[in-house]
Design a protein around this ligand. Structure first.
Ligand code: UT7
Length: 341
């Protein structure tokens, strides 16, 4: 039976069901291992592995842009969904590392995949971006505005990494993931429960101080690494566990499901210890959590999108499964969704 979120907006037309009909992902070729990093900063494979679970990450080539990775992931999702570029009504790109401040990276993706009919928009919600974009897409479909939407999470985080800061540079990687959302007719499987939230009072625990209008990058402040990620790791860790836990409970309650109903949890891929803490507190066995951060590190907005594609393509999630996705990131912003696959 199709469940509707309690927060469904009232509308004259019935709320339409929205399905994820294809996924895709892309990771750049170059691999940077923990041992490689131990030659760059004062760290060890042992420290990174035990504190984060990360073993290696992918690094985009100099001339490989966020939109290039996004387009590769998009084409894979379109192929799986059997959707042509001209059918796409809307492209949403969630990213913290756009090709340029403007125009939107989604416009570059449009150009690269030839989706000439599409409207384009970037979503700025840091690591939570892909699930936030998914929910924006869902609303445009349920409101009968659009039928076919391409949602992408893509990052070239290594372009804003401070390679002299061992506290942060060991965590991040590059990549992209994509999904095609469509209205497939009532009674079909799809997105059944969603939630997003933010708490701006924590804006200064995870942010990039330079490069925006408040502190434009100058010759003087570039040496201070102002255009790189600044993070209070321990504080982010605490907030991550709390916000992802709450966001998970909210979508479960809205969907009328219990943790036993969930076949697979796809969490933000930042630190395996954060995932273990959530598994423990939700009382969901760790074996139900999809984890690939050992191979990619934290790819921010791309992380859950890449994980969703890998879970889909490897058969880890199957038709009829309830899949819980939950993310958090700078802002702070968090998001969660339950999808009947
Ligand atoms: O998408 C959201 C993005 N961010 C996150 O999700 C990050 C959330 N936070 C975390 O994952 C963890 O807090 C970290 C992995 C960042 C850090 O782990 P921690 O267990 O919280 O370590 P810590 O910051 O408390 O540091 C412990 C020690 C410190 O040394 P002292 O002061 O005890 O002597 C650090 O200087 O570990 C040291 N340290 C390192 N040592 C070797 C920090 N980074 C490294 C490193 N290699 N790379």
């Amino acid at each position: 039976m199709k469940r509707q979120p309690r927060s469904s907006p009232r509308s004259a037309k019935p709320r339409r069901s929205v399905s994820i009909v294809g996924t895709g992902s892309y990771a750049p070729e170059r691999v940077l291992t923990n041992d490689d990093l131990s030659k760059m900063v004062n760290t060890t494979d042992e420290w990174i592995t035990t504190r984060t679970g990360i073993k290696e990450r992918r690094i985009a080539a100099k001339d490989e842009q966020t939109s290039d990775m996004a387009a590769r992931a998009a084409l894979a999702a379109m192929e799986q969904a059997r959707v042509e570029a001209r059918e796409i009504d809307f492209i949403l790109v969630a990213t913290t590392t756009p090709d340029m401040v403007f125009p939107a990276t989604a416009c570059f993706v449009q150009q690269k995949i030839g989706a000439t009919r599409a409207a384009c928009l970037d979503v700025s919600a840091a690591c939570a971006g892909f699930l936030v974009a998914l929910q924006i897409a869902e609303q445009f479909i349920t409101s009968h505005t659009f039928d076919t939407i391409l949602v992408i999470g893509a990052e070239k985080l290594t372009s804003i990494t401070n390679w002299t800061d061992r506290n942060s540079c060991v965590l991040f990687g590059d990549g992209a993931g994509a999904a095609i959302l469509k209205h497939r007719g009532e009674g079909t499987h799809g997105v059944i429960s969603t939630h997003i939230g933010s708490d701006g009072q924590y804006a200064d625990i995870l942010y990039m101080p330079g490069g925006g209008s408040r502190t434009p990058i100058t010759r003087d402040n570039v040496d201070q690494h102002l255009a790189t990620i600044h993070m209070l790791g321990r504080e982010v860790y605490k907030q991550a566990v709390t916000s992802m836990l709450n966001a998970s409970k909210i979508v479960l309650e809205q969907a009328g499901l219990t943790t036993d109903d969930i076949a697979c949890v796809i969490p933000h891929q930042a630190n395996v210890r954060i995932i273990e803490a959530i598994a423990d507190r939700l009382k969901i066995p760790l074996s139900k959590f999809f984890v690939n951060l050992d191979r990619y590190g934290n790819t921010s907005a791309a992380a859950v999108a890449i994980a969703l594609d890998e879970a889909n393509r490897t058969g880890r999630i199957k038709h009829g499964d309830y899949v819980l996705m939950v993310v958090f990131g700078g802002g702070l912003t968090w998001a969660s969704a339950i999808v009947e696959w």
